[in-house]
Design a protein around this ligand. Structure first.
Ligand code: IPM
Ligand code: MG
Length: 360
């Protein structure tokens, strides 16, 4: 019997509640597919800071590195905002994990489930059938660039510094992922940067073009300025197939696209490197305002587990089943964030029940 080592990092806020539903789906996959998930749990974010004095301990990191896949829920909350040293804030644990695992390719599908097209902030005809894949660079750029910090100025006052920095190698490896993904989809890549303002954006455009011309001329490549990309996303989102972008623009643009799909509570993500475990997390945050109430939508976390099945565990069939079950569950019940007239309003466990019922 195949055994997979899975590291669970429930994190903060609604993390533990939604992770509990993921565990139920994991148990179903074990039974249905005759595999064993050897689960190891760890602390990250504020929960880790409270218990261990750091948002990600070396011990947790080592266990994560040894796993086949890491399922993270979410980190952060007002309990720690501005109340911990900056390098000990919950988000620092997440960023360290991404960096140490060198998961440079963040795949964020923005898919509009037909049942949710009316929950979008755009009219149904603009979003029904929407299927965009963001390929966001995740381990470089301004998130990690040096120098950085807050310094006193000689004549008084202070300066905040961050550095946007990309090497050609970093650009090429993420662009390659985007072109490979596009080949399996509709064959179109929009590469978003600000080459009209930033040298790092100009290098991005040049390197993406070079790689495209040398190896991927069968894929259609469009360059788009990141601000225009934001506008086009809310104007005519269905023109996009794959959007390739850096760490910061990818963070912002993927949130905007998420909202088009009806709810941030629906979107999963996968972060992959060259070998090593993949890191799977919902795009949404820890939603401290509803934490502990049992009303959070667990579907993004469940869909993130489906991505783990597909990309790290070579169980594409099981991934298809979980995704289909989510679709089916949406035809019957809704959590508050996606509730609409005519549907039973359920909580976190109720949504888990509906997914398991659909799995059969
Ligand atoms: C995301 C989040 C993170 C990011 C935060 C929590 C550090 O917004 O995954 O999109 O900015 O990358
Ligand atoms: Mg974000």
């Amino acid at each position: 019997m195949t055994t997979y080592n899975i590291m669970l990092l429930p994190g903060d806020g609604i993390g533990p509640e939604i992770t509990a539903e993921v565990r139920r789906v994991m148990a179903w996959v074990e039974k249905a597919h005759g595999v064993t998930f050897d689960v190891s749990e760890g602390l990250i974010g504020g929960a880790a800071y409270d218990a261990e004095g750091t948002p990600l301990s070396d011990e947790t990191l080592d266990r994560a590195k040894a796993a086949d896949a890491i399922l993270l829920a979410c980190v952060g909350g007002p309990k720690w905002d501005g109340k911990t040293a900056y390098d000990k804030r919950p988000e620092a644990g997440l960023l360290r994990l991404r960096k140490e695992l060198d998961v440079f390719a963040n795949l964020r599908p923005a898919l509009c489930f037909d049942a949710l097209a009316d929950a979008s902030s755009l009219k149904r005809e603009f979003v029904a059938g929407l299927d965009i894949l963001f390929v966001r660079e995740l381990s470089g750029g301004v998130y990690f660039g040096e120098p950085r910090g807050i310094e006193d100025l000689p004549g008084g006052g202070r300066v905040g510094i961050n550095t946007q920095r990309y090497t050609d190698a970093e650009i090429i490896r993420i662009a390659r992922v985007a072109f490979e993904m596009a080949r399996k989809r509709r064959g179109l890549v929009h590469s978003a940067e600000k080459s009209n303002v930033m040298e790092s954006g100009l290098l991005w455009r040049e390197e993406v073009t070079k790689l495209h011309d040398a190896e991927y001329s069968d894929v259609k490549l469009e360059h788009i300025l990141a601000d225009n990309c934001a506008m086009q996303l809310v104007k005519a989102p269905k023109q996009f197939d794959v959007i390739l972008t850096d760490n910061l623009f990818g963070d912002i643009l993927s949130d905007a696209a998420a909202m088009l799909t009806g709810s941030l509570g629906m979107l999963p993500s996968a972060s992959l490197g060259d070998g090593g475990p993949g890191l799977y997390e919902p795009v949404h945050g820890s939603a401290p305002d509803i934490a502990g109430k049992g009303i959070a939508n667990p579907l993004a976390a469940i869909l993130s587990f489906a991505m783990a099945l597909r990309y790290s565990l070579d169980m594409g069939d099981a991934a298809d089943q979980v995704e289909a079950a989510v679709s089916q569950a949406l035809n019957e019940v809704r959590t508050g964030d996606i509730w609409a007239e005519g549907f039973d309003r359920v909580g976190t466990t109720g949504m888990g029940d509906a997914v398991l019922k659909a799995l059969g």
